[in-house]
Design a protein around this ligand. Structure first.
Ligand code: BTN
Length: 262
């Protein structure tokens, strides 16, 4: 079942359309040697999706699940790539649904939010071949397209949003895949040609403009510890800065924001 490709209509050459698979990220990683830069692995039926920090990613019908393969990403550019990928997701959606212009936000480290509700999640996984070729990245995206979450019994996501609730005409799947691919390729090109030491030097201001947590009281869960404070922005490596109640500032490279007052 895993490898069967739906061929009702001619598909673009960059698209691997799977009838079903456990996880598009896992499939892409397993087939990475045969997948070119810019390949998009897509399925409507993902059975064992994976989220950040080892969490399970459950995708009911209507959630787009895809992975985009990016080649030769310099190792220096990997830190915080999830946020950059989230930015690409925002640009793609805004292109297709202009009424959402300036409404989408990045929730560190890997979510796209619409009105404080999760619209999409990103899971970036890198495979380094050798230093000169940089890293092949698999950028997994779960995007709520026309999903109905009302019957969801177990959900770790609070009150997710879906595109169909907020735009009159939901762009079709292939168009969305094409746009996501376009912006991720553009980002990859920028990073490959960048002389800067971090991708955040190039895209930092765009990321900061979209920071959903800035000024909010949040709790970060990291290795079983819960740390609360005020989010005071994203640094030039993509780390989140938190001001604790005693005034000290802590910087986080990873962690899960479990609560944000909005
Ligand atoms: C998160 O919010 O924790 C990240 C979710 C990423 C989910 C996508 S769905 C397509 C790709 N395949 C996976 O198994 N995960 C990512």
């Amino acid at each position: 079942m895993d490898d069967s490709i739906s061929a009702a209509a001619p598909l673009p050459p960059w698209l691997k359309w799977l009838e079903s698979c456990s996880s598009t990220n896992t499939w892409a990683i397993e087939h990475l040697a045969q997948l070119d830069h810019g390949t998009v692995v897509f399925t409507r039926h993902q059975t064992q999706g994976r989220g950040q920090n080892g969490r399970v990613w459950y995708s009911p019908p209507g959630v787009l699940t895809l992975s985009v393969v990016l080649d030769r990403i310099p190792a220096t550019q990997l830190s915080g790539f999830s946020l950059i990928a989230g930015l690409a997701v925002i640009y793609a959606i805004e292109d297709l649904a202009p009424s959402l212009q300036n409404q989408l936000r990045l929730k560190w480290t890997n979510d796209v939010w619409l009105n404080q509700r999760k619209l999409a999640g990103v899971l970036c996984e890198g495979v380094t071949s050798n230093l000169s070729n940089g890293t092949k990245l698999v950028v997994g995206i779960g995007l709520n397209h026309h999903a109905d979450f009302t019957s969801l019994e177990i959900s770790t996501i609070r009150n997710p949003a879906s595109l169909h609730e907020v735009v009159p005409i939901v762009p079709n799947e292939i168009l969305i895949l094409e746009k996501l691919r376009h912006y991720l390729l553009q980002t990859a090109g920028l990073l490959q040609s960048s002389q800067h030491s971090s991708c955040f030097s190039v895209l930092l201001s765009a990321v900061r403009d979209r920071d959903a947590l800035l000024g909010k009281q949040i709790t970060i869960e990291l290795s079983g510890e819960q740390i609360s404070g005020e989010a005071i922005g994203i640094d030039d490596r993509g780390c989140l800065r938190l001001r604790l109640s005693d005034g000290t500032i802590r910087t986080f490279m990873s962690g899960h924001v479990t609560f944000a007052s909005v």
